[in-house]
Each structure stands twice: as structure tokens, then as C-alpha cells.
Design a protein around this ligand. Structure first.
Ligand code: 13P
Length: 251
């Protein structure tokens, strides 16, 4: 009942030409897989060319960040409606790299999420604990705070435009994936949290993605978990072959 989402976060990689070349390689490899929502998130400068390249395909476009204001004297920022204008259907919000290097907070995540939804973008809201937090047994309290504050004030209807991504920081780019059981445990915790904060029907419908060293050889085990509804993929999304293998985990 929850359509899986496989999203590739290209981070700060690839020129426009490289981005378009990757799409052209990817398209035929995933063309027949209509059971999965396949999303790619290139850098801002490649959004429009990638939008042109995905026309007529089953690949959808995400940005990696947005601002919360629609317009104004905010040098260097990009508004959700401009992402929509460039062809995006999705936007990643609150990635741990933004929290770590660019001062993203639960409050800015909340403002950005609301602005993205208002612009009719699907917000992929990222949460996740650091290694120190996991080792000091704070995983659940950290996730609870990030989910509660990040999604505070959302209306029930807004959840049609929300996807949550659980990305343990210690698993990102390290080759160290959370075990299927470790990931499932946190996904279930998030779903129960949403049930308590909002309601059971939203909790049952919201997609919760796992991110952190997802590869072709571990995606099936993760996707077999009852509360894992997809993947947010970094490194393995930069090559057509590995991303296609992940995006076709179900065939
Ligand atoms: P890796 O798949 O490279 O670990 O990155 C995960 C990630 O941060 C996706 O947003």
C-alpha cells in the first residue's frame, strides 16, 4: 500500500553534462519499473537540464535543499516555488550534512518543510543520530526530537507531501550500513511516533526511507523489513548500474 521510493542524492557531484549522461544511461535500466517512485537529486545548476532529460521517463526530480521564503533579499537562497519552476517534484530537507556543516536546525527544517509543502513539493525530511549519540543510547531521544520539531505544526493533509528519511550519520559514506534489524527498529519507532503525534492513518501511510551505505547487495534485506519503504542513496546513486540495481530491487 505504500509505494516504495528510491531516491539518489547526488550531493556535490557532477557537472551538467555528467548529470545528463547519467540520466540517459539510467533511463533504459529502470524504464519498466513502475512500482517504485524513482527520484534523483542533482546539484542546483543541473536541475533544469536533468528535468529536460527525464521527460517521458519514470524518473522524478528533487533538489537537495531549499529556503523557506518565497522571494526577497536573501542572497544565495532558492525558494521552493523556483524548484517547482525548474521541474522538481521533491526536495530533500535537513540532510545530516546540512545540519553538520551549514547550521541546519530542527527549526529551519520545520520552516523549510512547511514552505516546500506549500509549494506542492514532496519534502524528504531527514533525521538520524550520530555515532556518539547511538553509543550513549540517545538514538530514540534524538530521533524523537528531530521528528517532533521538524514536523511540528503540520496539518493532517500535509502528510501526502511528506516522506521521512532515517539516515544514521555513522552509516553515511562509511560503508557501514545499519543492520536490517537496527534500521527496522528505528523505522518502527518513527512510525509509532507519527501515530502518537498525528494519527494512526498518517502513520500507516507515510513512507520512511533508510539511508546510509545502501548498495545493490544490501537493499533487498532492508526493503524486506516491514517499516522500510525505500532508500535514500548517496555514493551508489552516482553510477547508473548500481543505482538501477537498487531501484529495481523488486524485480
Ligand atoms: P551513502 O549512500 O553514500 O552512504 O550516503 C547516504 C546519504 O547521505 C544519502 O542522502
Amino acid at each position: 500500500m505504500r509505494t516504495p521510493v528510491i531516491a539518489g542524492n547526488w550531493k556535490l557531484f557532477k557537472t551538467i553534462a555528467e548529470s545528463v549522461a547519467l540520466i540517459n544511461e539510467l533511463k533504459p535500466l529502470v524504464a519498466n519499473n513502475h512500482g517504485v517512485e524513482i527520484v534523483v537529486a542533482p546539484v542546483f545548476t543541473a536541475l533544469s537540464p536533468v528535468c529536460a532529460a527525464i521527460q517521458g521517463s519514470n524518473i522524478r526530480l528533487a533538489a537537495q535543499n531549499c529556503f523557506w521564503e518565497e522571494e526577497g533579499a536573501f542572497t544565495g537562497e532558492v525558494a521552493p516555488k523556483l524548484l517547482k519552476d525548474a521541474g522538481c517534484s521533491h526536495v530533500i530537507i535537513g540532510h545530516s550534512e546540512r545540519r553538520q556543516y551549514f547550521g541546519e536546525t530542527d527549526l529551519s527544517v520545520n520552516k523549510k518543510t512547511k514552505a516546500a509543502i506549500a509549494a506542492r513539493l514532496t519534502a524528504i525530511v531527514c533525521v538520524g543520530e550520530t555515532l556518539a549519540e547511538r553509543e550513549s543510547e540517545q538514538t530514540f531521544s534524538v530521533i524523537e526530537k528531530q521528528v517532533q520539531a521538524g514536523l511540528a505544526g503540520l496539518a493532517v493533509d500535509d502528510f501526502a507531501k511528506v516522506v521521512i528519511a532515517y539516515e544514521p550519520v555513522w552509516a553515511i559514506g562509511t560503508g557501514k550500513t545499519a543492520s536490517d534489524a537496527q534500521a527496522q527498529e528505528v523505522h518502527l519507532f518513527i512510525r509509532n511516533l507519527i501515530a502518537g503525534l498525528f494519527n494512526q492513518s498518517i502513520a500507516g501511510a507515510v513512507r520512511i526511507l533508510y539511508g546510509g551505505s545502501v548498495k545493490p547487495d544490501n537493499v533487498k534485506g532492508l526493503m524486506a523489513q516491514p517499516d522500510i519503504d525505500g532508500a535514500l542513496v548517496g555514493g551508489a546513486s552516482l553510477k547508473a548500474e548500481s543505482f538501477a540495481a537498487i531501484a529495481t530491487f523488486n524485480v
